[in-house]
Every structure is written in structure tokens, then in C-alpha cells.
Design a protein around this ligand. Sequence first.
Ligand SMILES: NC(=O)c1ccc[n+]([C@@H]2O[C@H](COP(=O)([O-])OP(=O)(O)OC[C@H]3O[C@@H](n4cnc5c(N)ncnc54)[C@H](O)[C@@H]3O)[C@@H](O)[C@H]2O)c1
Length: 311
Amino acid sequence: MAKILVTGAAGFIGSHTTDLLIAGGHTVLGVDNLRTGRRSNLERALRSPSFRLTEADVSEPGVMAALVSEFRPGAVIHLAALVSVQESISDPALNQRLNVTATQFVADAAAAQGTKRIVFASSAAIYGDTTDLPIAEESAAQPISPYGEAKLASEQLLLARSEAAGFTVRCHRYFNVFGPRQDPASPYSGVISIFDRRYRDGKPVTIFGDGRQTRDFISVHDVARANVVAATVPNITTGTANICTGQATSLLDIVSVFAAYYPKVAGPRFAPARAGDIIHSLGRPDRARSELNFEAKVSVADALGELIRSG
Ligand SMILES: NC(=O)c1ccc[n+]([C@@H]2O[C@H](COP(=O)([O-])OP(=O)(O)OC[C@H]3O[C@@H](n4cnc5c(N)ncnc54)[C@H](O)[C@@H]3O)[C@@H](O)[C@H]2O)c1
């Protein structure tokens, strides 16, 4: 069993990753400054003797160095980030600090202490608004936001350091992740969490555009499993892979599942498409299959059902 340090552990993806690591018998040190994460996401983990949470900012000099030197993890799963594309545009300096400098500190600390692996939360945002679908990793990286630029810069710095530092790096380009604990509070949060909140409140959802726009929605349980595989399975080599399903789901498909659970809630309202919104996004999952033996298993319908029935 391994010791794994998870940054951003109190977040949406971080808390599910932590739960899965603990269930697999691993020992986890979580670090989070609770900027967008919540301690309540870790309610179950905090009851386990195999888990400890440190409240700290990984973009502060010395924080990662001290934690890695004390805990000596076999792997770091680096999920902590400024996650809002909108905020990366309004505050590019903060984006640089939280999404690039923090990664630099993770790499420095791992190199100094001989950590063997780093799993990094990258994003499909690095592909920008390409219309060449499905998107394979060979597609040109053309980010259209400071957030996407920072994810690409972080990937590059980790990959460039890996050989000399002696660690294996896995960069996971997540597509649209959804599931329980995703925060619906921000208007830029995942659309499914926003729809979920509206239906729970008995209010109709608003669809921008005709609802035929599609995304590659992937369950957070599959994403957590991809993180655990990349951090713990032996004989994995350095590389970058999409973490996606390869299945396109439209907003109308999503709404029809909610409508079946909430027959009394009025149908969706339609508003003009928002400038800059991508119409279709779809990933090619083949590389994760060949390099990590990872394949998404949870169907969108099942994952939506779980979300709708969850607390
Ligand atoms: N949710 C998605 O669809 C999606 C898609 C692509 C990539 N990602 C990436 O996955 C990772 C996790 O995202 P999420 O959706 O779980 O978001 P989240 O906001 O729930 O999780 C991020 C966590 O990092 C913490 N954090 C932020 N800055 C920190 C810092 N400087 N020090 C310590 N902790 C800090 C936050 O408090 C939060 O708990 C992020 O790197 C995000 O960019 C998410």
C-alpha cells in the first residue's frame, strides 16, 4: 500500500479521489486551503485513521517542500487549482500563482525528496475551441483562456522535469466531470450541477442555445479511479492522456433524464446562445486505455441517477 499526497483534497474531484484511495488501503495526506473546497466533502475520509488533512496554500513557497519532506509520499496527485475559467480571465496573476507556480512547487518538492510519481489535473481546455472531433492528444494545444494556458504550461514543466528528477508524470486531461459534491454556486460551474440544483429547488432550467450542444461528460467516480490507477499501479510510464468517455451527450439528453425524475418541474427555458460557448466537445479515450488500462465505466444515465438520488 502506498502513501499518497493529494492537493485540493477537499474539492469535488479531490474528495472522491481521497475516498477511493482510502478504500484501496492507501494512506493519504490531503492538503487544501478551502478556497473552493469544503471540509464536509471529506466527512467520510476524516473518520479514517488512514487520512489527515492539512489546511495550507500550496502556492506559498515552502509549503509543498515541508509537506513532502515530512510525509514522504510515493506519489502526489496535484488537483489544487483556480478552477474558474472566468476568474482566470479577470485575475490572470492569481491564475499564474495557483495554476503554474503551485505546480512548480509540487515538482520541486517531489524532485528534492525522490517522490516517484506525480499525477496532474490538466484539462480539455488546453485544446481550446477546436472543431476537429473527437479530440486526440495529438491535436494542437490551442488554449483560449489563461486557465487553459496555465494547464498547458504546468503539463510542460512537469514533463520537462520528469526525467532529470526521476519521477513519472501522468497528465490527465479531464473533459466535463460531474457527480455529487460539485459546487453549483458559481454560474461557471459544471452545467449538470447547476441543473441538479434547479430541479431540486423545483425550478426550470435555462438552456443557452437549442440544447443540441454536446459534451463528453464523465462521472467523477471514473475520474477518481483514473487518478488512483495513475498514482498506484506499477510500471506506468510518463505521458499525457485524455480522461473522457468518447461519448457525446447533449444538454437535451441530460434534461430528459432530470425531467423523468422530476415530472412536476416545468420544462426548460431557452435563451440565446452565449458568445464564445463551444458547441461540441468530444474526447478520444484510446490513449488512456493503452497507457493506463483505464476506461470509463459509469454511464451518464447511471451517474445522473446517482447524483439526483444523492443527499
Ligand atoms: N471539474 C471538471 O470538470 C474539471 C475539468 C478539467 C480539469 N479540472 C481540474 O481538476 C482539478 C480539481 O477540480 P474540481 O472540479 O475538483 O474543483 P474544486 O474547486 O472542487 O477543487 C479544487 C480544490 O483545490 C483547492 N485549492 C485551490 N487552490 C489551492 C491552493 N493554492 N492550495 C491548496 N488548495 C487549493 C480548493 O480549495 C479546492 O478544494 C483542478 O485542477 C481543475 O482545474 C476539473
